[in-house]
Design a protein around this ligand. Structure first.
Ligand code: MN
Ligand code: MN
Length: 391
């Protein structure tokens, strides 16, 4: 390793040499599993605790012994929102394998808990059949009224507002932990409810359009009364923390490097800004030489003013199929200065010659700054850009 010095405490370099996790297997073909199947659920009677139910309206993993879904996953776009009336007719799931208990609406009566939709009724109003499907009790878990009718429904409304602004969403939700049971033990009440959503501008080929700047929101809310007036935003967490809590791999079909950035980031959608490349956009470096110009961008707010103190993540996205960054990749986290400028170093160990992309992004920003760099053939044990003193 070359010797190098940190010019500022604001600048942290992470050189990740961990092995890449394998790409998650594709879903069933359902649009609702485009971004992955978080627990590898299968429609297999021998997997009663992780049983895939794949409907036109949503997909879910059902837990027979808890009487609730482990997770429900659904795509939400403008075409899902119409004028169908709310069914309000909760029905047992008669599609379950023979001999499995079918939770019925009376199991919730007088329990103190709402019949809480995971895929909401109001997300499926294109047809009466779509709306009715959300009332099937495998899409339902016991939610405390102040959770369900408080911050939870506010987040559901926020999601539909994004659709109204031209976005399409992939949403996952479920319960975590066990606080008690109702219906003589047939239905388990979770300690918390959680949700993660990923939003893209409405378009085609969604998986390919996800990048390190894609908007992700995740929350975990206590499943109890007393939080009715709380803002949903006060329950934001990272996707990584939801994954640690639940043991599921959310958004598993997204490339691992992009997941690593997005899932460690808290949403900050209210601080939307633009990132403008100011230096280093396209460069080539040869054997044991450095890229000549540091990667630099400027963060500007909606009024065009520089944003100081924005945390920018630069991520080198190699093409693992052709062997760039074997065994690892780098990210650099840099804070913008008073002029809104962020300057990033590059340190690539054992690079394979060829082109690669660095994406720079920050929470609450919906398109990355992109740098295209090329490593030329030669003796490339290390290719590095000396760290630049910040102005
Ligand atoms: Mn609800
Ligand atoms: Mn994940």
């Amino acid at each position: 390793m070359p010797t190098w010095r940190l010019p500022s405490i604001c600048l942290i370099i992470v050189l990740c040499l961990a092995a890449q996790s394998p790409v998650a297997q594709a879903g069933s073909g359902s649009v609702h599993l485009t971004l992955g199947n978080p627990s590898n659920a299968q429609t297999d009677v021998n997997q009663p605790l992780n049983y895939l139910i794949d409907r036109p309206q949503y997909a879910l993993s059902y837990n027979r012994d808890q009487g609730t879904p482990n997770w429900v996953s659904w795509h939400l776009a403008a075409a899902d929102l119409g004028t169908a009336a709310r069914s309000n007719s909760f029905t047992a799931d008669t599609s379950l394998p023979a001999g499995w208990y079918q939770v019925k609406t009376g199991d919730y009566t007088n329990s103190g808990y709402d019949r809480g939709h995971m895929c909401p009724s109001a997300d499926r109003t294109a047809t009466d059949a779509d709306n009715q499907a959300t009332f099937i009790l495998t899409n339902i878990l016991p939610q405390a009224p102040d959770n369900n009718q408080g911050p939870w429904v506010k987040l559901e409304t926020y999601a539909r507002d994004l659709v109204g602004q031209g976005q399409e969403l992939y949403i996952l939700s479920g319960g975590a932990g066990i606080s008690m049971t109702i219906a003589s033990g047939k239905v388990t009440v979770p300690v918390d409810t959680w949700k993660a959503l990923l939003a893209l501008p409405e378009g085609a080929d969604d998986l390919a359009r996800i990048n390190t700047a894609t908007h992700i929101v995740a929350v975990r809310m206590p499943n109890r009364n007393g939080i009715r007036s709380a803002a949903w935003e006060s329950f934001r967490v990272t996707v990584d923390s939801l994954e640690a809590t639940t043991g599921y791999d959310l958004f598993s079909a997204v490339p691992a490097k992009v997941q690593a950035i997005l899932e460690s980031r808290l949403d900050a959608a209210t601080s939307v800004m633009s990132l403008t490349v100011t230096a280093g956009v396209t460069q080539t470096a040869g054997a044991l030489t450095a890229f000549a110009v540091p990667l630099q961008l400027q963060a500007l707010d909606a009024g065009g003013q520089p944003v100081a103190g924005a945390v920018i993540t630069f991520a080198a996205l190699g093409d693992t199929a052709s062997g760039f960054f074997p065994g690892g990749y780098f990210t650099a986290t840099v804070m913008t200065d008073a002029g809104g400028l962020a300057t990033a170093p590059i340190l690539i160990a054992n690079a394979t010659p060829g082109p690669f992309t660095v994406e720079a992004s920050t929470a609450g920003y919906f398109a990355p700054a992109v740098f295209d760099l090329t490593v030329l053939p030669g003796d490339l044990s290390y290719v590095y850009l000396p760290l630049m003193a910040r102005q």
